[in-house]
Design a protein. Structure first.
Length: 144
């Protein structure tokens, strides 16, 4: 896939995340956080099950070849969607997503720098640190 398509997919994912935050916030307020997370996961699960049936299981047989810790991705997803559904209606979309994205970027920079769990090492340099400082200033400004 060429760079333009990859960037386009990332943009679509970001836009979808904003809508998901709003929709989950509505469900959380009217039904509760557990129900919101349940509906989010079940609806996504049904869709991916249909896709997997269409491709006859895809490459699921390769599951023994992946490290054990990658199977925690579903648990991490539960934490993510719960945080989105709970914080968006209480903080507003911009504040909630600013905090989550800043935390995500900080974690990503540290994981890159230390090469945690097989990540290719990308050490911090003066430009990345300067970007981090500017980002934190931006977070502070959004939260004001």
């Amino acid at each position: 896939m060429d760079a333009g398509k990859i960037i386009g997919l990332a943009i679509m994912g970001g836009i979808a995340t904003a809508f998901q935050g709003h929709f989950m916030g509505i469900m959380e307020q009217r039904m509760g956080w557990k129900e919101s997370v349940f509906i989010t996961y079940v609806s996504g699960g049904i869709l991916v099950a249909i896709v997997m049936l269409a491709v006859r299981g895809g490459n699921l047989g390769a599951w023994p070849k992946v490290p054990w810790y990658v199977f925690t991705a579903g648990i991490l997803g539960l934490i993510i969607v719960t945080a989105i559904g709970y914080t968006v209606p209480r903080l507003g979309m911009a504040k909630a997503f600013t905090i989550m994205i800043a935390a995500q970027l900080i974690a990503a920079m540290l994981l890159d720098h230390f090469g945690v769990l097989g990540i290719t090492v990308r050490t911090l340099n003066v430009y990345r640190v300067a970007g981090f400082v500017i980002m934190i200033a931006g977070v502070w400004m959004v939260l004001k």
